[in-house]
Design a protein around this ligand. Structure first.
Ligand SMILES: [Zn+2]
Length: 435
């Protein structure tokens, strides 16, 4: 392979990290998506690739492009990445989160692993193809999206609702979060390929009561009722449910690590997985975490209403039974409002593309073995899968054995290993050439 994609990926990623694309969740304070999309458009145009900027609202820019393949009768492969990032508080970081600094073998910055690293890899690979006149085997559709970090309303969801034609014929997709390594020993690294995602249900609980003076005896207080419901939800542990993806993951990981693991009672074994335990722990049960509270306006006035937000994540096939269980915990008096809902997605770990992922990884890392996994968070795959596209998380990265990768997502001092990034470019190039 021409080395220039590997050479330029770090610079491209640095450029992207220096464009502050903080998505606060409030359109008024969300910045940079348009600037970043224009940057990508310019880098594509440089290489002779035409793209379209599609704005869902002022500055909320998404970019799409189609690279024609050799066999246009085949279904296209969608390669997607979001350009927005979650906020970063400079004071908490050891470097400026938007400086794109390289230090200790890492490229630092908000978005370094989520997910400007992959954005840059894709850019590097397709630019290289165009410089060398390479035509991929089938159409590649590129999508760089806005608003992944705050519900996707201005990004992938808007794209599939308003510009579905851009994705016409796409049968499969790759994006975040998967393809990264988990080191078992010198000769064995597991690369986790995401084949499923939990569903998302942001709920608002509303309690009502009788308003009144804070100095009186009062037995119908909305704050008290809400607090009881919130505490009950927050302390509840939902039962273990092992889905097909998680079962396959657990079987493979227990074999690789030589741990005795009962797939129906996997909690103990998961605790032994070290850095990825937290990531996997949330994939064997539904979760409901209280995140916001709202009530009252004066210290001595009992308000008539109180509300709280619960961030719920459900396993594939579990959305309804989860709600019934939640209703039981909350009791009949607190009202449940669905603020934002996205279904879980799951696809099979099999087929030519999955085989090509394994082959591309093994060509660059002879100790690579791919395993499927379910992700507890949500990505743009949720929106794209509504078009009938099989979505995989595969943004290849080789990681140092001791790096707590999961903690870097939305974390302080987010950073990506420079060598891992270059490795990712080589793997991605191989995969796309053989897809
Ligand atoms: Zn992300």
């Amino acid at each position: 392979m021409n080395t220039s994609a590997v050479d330029e990926v770090v610079g491209l990623c640095q450029d992207l990290l220096r464009i502050d694309t903080t998505n606060t969740g409030d359109p008024r304070t969300t910045v940079g998506e348009r600037v970043a999309a224009e940057y990508v458009a310019e880098k594509l145009a440089d290489a002779g690739i035409e793209s379209r900027l599609l704005e869902s609202a002022p500055t909320r820019a998404n970019l799409v492009a189609r690279i024609p393949g050799a066999d246009r009768s085949r279904g296209a492969l969608l390669v997607h990445g979001h350009l927005d990032v979650v906020p970063a508080d400079k004071r908490e970081w050891s470097v400026d989160p938007f400086s794109g600094e390289i230090k200790d073998g890492y490229l630092w910055g908000r978005g370094a692993v989520d997910m400007k690293d992959f954005d840059a890899m894709v850019l590097a690979v397709v630019r290289d193809w165009h410089r060398t006149g390479y035509v991929p085997p089938r159409d590649i559709v590129l999508a760089y999206t806005a608003d992944e970090e705050a519900g996707m309303e201005y990004g992938s969801q808007w794209l599939v609702q308003n510009h579905a034609a851009e994705f016409e014929g796409a049968t499969e997709a790759i994006g975040e979060v998967g393809g990264y390594s988990y080191t078992v020993n010198d000769n064995l690294r597991l690369y986790l390929v995401q084949t499923a995602e939990k569903g998302l249900d942001w709920l608002r609980l509303h309690a009502s009561g009788r308003p009144g003076h804070g100095s009186f005896i009062h037995d119908d207080n909305a704050v008290t009722a809400l607090a009881e419901a919130v505490a009950a939800v927050g302390r509840h542990r939902f039962p273990v449910v092992v889905t097909p993806t998680v079962r396959a993951f657990l079987e493979q990981i227990s074999e690789a690590l030589h741990i005795d693991l009962d797939p129906d009672d996997p909690e103990l074994a998961i605790a032994k997985l070290g850095p990825i335990a937290n990531l996997i722990g949330a994939t064997i049960r539904n979760t409901a975490n209280p995140t916001r509270l709202e009530a009252g306006y004066k210290d001595n006035v009992i308000p008539g209403k109180a509300s709280a937000t619960i961030d719920c994540r459900t396993l594939p096939g579990e959305a309804e039974s989860f709600l019934a269980e939640l209703r039981d915990i909350i009791g009949p008096d607190v009202e449940i409002e669905h603020v934002h809902r996205q279904p879980a997605v799951e696809t099979e770990f099999g087929g030519p593309l999955v085989e090509a992922m394994g082959a591309a990884l093994r060509a660059e890392d002879p100790g690579a073995r791919t395993v499927p996994y379910l992700m507890s968070g949500g990505t743009d795959a949720k929106a794209f899968s509504t078009l009938g596209i099989r979505c995989f998380g595969f943004a290849p990265l080789q990681l140092p054995p001791d790096l707590n990768f999961a903690a870097l997502f939305h974390g302080i001092d987010e950073r990506v290993p420079v060598e891992g990034l270059k490795f990712g470019v080589r793997v991605l190039d191989r995969l796309l050439r053989n897809s």
